[in-house]
Design a protein around this ligand. Structure first.
Ligand SMILES: Cc1ncc(COP(=O)(O)O)c(C=O)c1O
Length: 381
């Protein structure tokens, strides 16, 4: 199988390797990554520095779209002259998979667009929003830019979303409470019963926005999606998901909001974006391709095991991950750590105040994570 990847592709690195990998990421089969090949070429244990930067900074899917999604993208090129809103099959497909009416779904140009609409809706009602801190900042940053006050509630001593403190921080003028489950940059979950009670209580008087961007990666039995609440008619809850992560379609911008039809109508009326036709076709194919999702989930777990088992053995403080990224205490200002890893062709996450000594590390392919561990040992071991 090695012979299928030419020496030229190896030397070209980055994009050529990506293309080669996209074609060779056969679920259940042997996966050849660039590092794998370089390692075997050198026939030694030390993994050679790659000739391209490995992105471990944006929680992207390192494998790219599935083969069926790639095929759908290629054939959609011929439809590039068409608007995607005619006969868009996604709401019906996703609705049937989620056992929910298509009228309960708004499509977004990525879930980020829907997060921003959430921030906008809260701001239009002139009040504050409450969020955990740190968390994913797209919704609050957009709300803030539109003049809404954001009340940031620090995570607790175990770096978990502190629901009690958030409930106490809510004021009479609070229009929306944002939760991210699993959280980001801290990849831990909110316990399902506590979360459900919290949402039911808080949504009596105000909107709850629940971001489930990493839902598909979670295997923790204490976790549950809150989609049942939407199915059962909860009026003040928006849940978002994305095709960017497990489906590897971040560049094609497809996201979903699930909510009561009155709310999805309101969301749709405030949106500014539209899905592109390739994103729609790719997502339609990918959401029917369970093999790819399983493969991505399994390899993300394998990558986490490589990193977390090293961190445990070296006694390095970190959050046990319920997503496809890790959060690690480095003991150094993260800008310095970033620069040192960048010199080794590894791009790690940006600073996340107040945890400015902590590294958010997105899972790349397992061999790439072995190279990360080797690099950590070299720099800090
Ligand atoms: C928690 C969370 N929500 C939403 C998003 C936005 O994803 P997208 O706009 O690609 O759907 C991200 C992206 O990293 C994220 O981490």
């Amino acid at each position: 199988m090695t012979s299928r990847v030419s020496r030229r592709q190896l030397l070209l690195g980055g994009s050529a390797l990506f293309a080669a990998n996209a074609l060779q990421s056969i679920p259940g089969g042997r996966i050849w990554s660039g590092l794998d090949l370089m390692q075997s070429a050198h026939a030694q244990d030390v993994i050679a520095k790659p000739d391209h930067i490995i992105r471990m900074n944006s929680n992207e899917n390192p494998w790219g779209p599935s083969r069926v999604a790639l095929r759908a993208i290629y054939s959609a090129i011929g439809e590039a002259n068409l608007y995607s809103f005619y006969d868009n099959p996604l709401p019906k497909l996703i609705g049937s998979q989620q056992d929910i009416g298509a009228d309960h779904i708004s499509l977004g140009s990525g879930s980020a667009e829907l997060l921003k609409v959430g921030g906008l809706l809260a701001g239009m009602r002139d009040g504050s929003i409450v969020i955990p801190h740190p968390t994913f900042e797209d919704l609050p940053a957009y709300a803030e830019a539109n003049g809404t006050e954001v009340i940031r509630v620090p995570v607790d001593g175990d770096m978990r979303t502190d629901l009690e403190a958030m409930a106490s921080a809510i004021r009479a003028d609070t229009r929306l409470v944002y939760l991210c489950n699993p959280n980001n940059p801290i990849p831990n979950i909110i316990e399902k019963n506590a979360l459900k009670d919290f949402i039911v209580e808080i949504a009596r008087d105000r909107m709850v926005f629940l971001d489930e961007a990493y839902h598909e990666f979670v295997s923790n039995p204490d976790y549950s999606t809150m989609m049942d609440l939407v199915r059962n008619g909860q009026r003040n809850l928006i849940i978002t998901r994305t095709a960017s992560k497990i489906h590897g379609l971040a560049g094609l911008r497809v996201g979903f909001a699930f909510a009561h039809p009155e709310l999805t109508r309101e969301i749709s009326s405030r949106q500014t974006g539209l899905q592109n036709i390739m994103g729609v076709r790719a997502a339609y194919a990918s959401y029917q391709d369970e093999e790819h999702s399983k493969f991505v989930r399994r390899t993300a777990r394998e990558s986490l095991d490589i990193v977390e088992s090293y961190l445990r053995s070296a006694g390095i403080n970190h959050i046990k991950s319920d997503a496809n990224f890790s959060f690690i205490e480095t003991g150094h200002p993260i800008e310095q750590v970033q620069a040192r890893f960048m010199a080794e062709n590894i791009q790690i996450g940006r600073p996340f105040p107040p945890f400015t000594n902590w590294m958010r590390l997105s899972m790349a392919k397992p061999d790439e994570m072995r190279y990360f561990v080797q690099t950590w040992r070299k720099l800090y071991g």
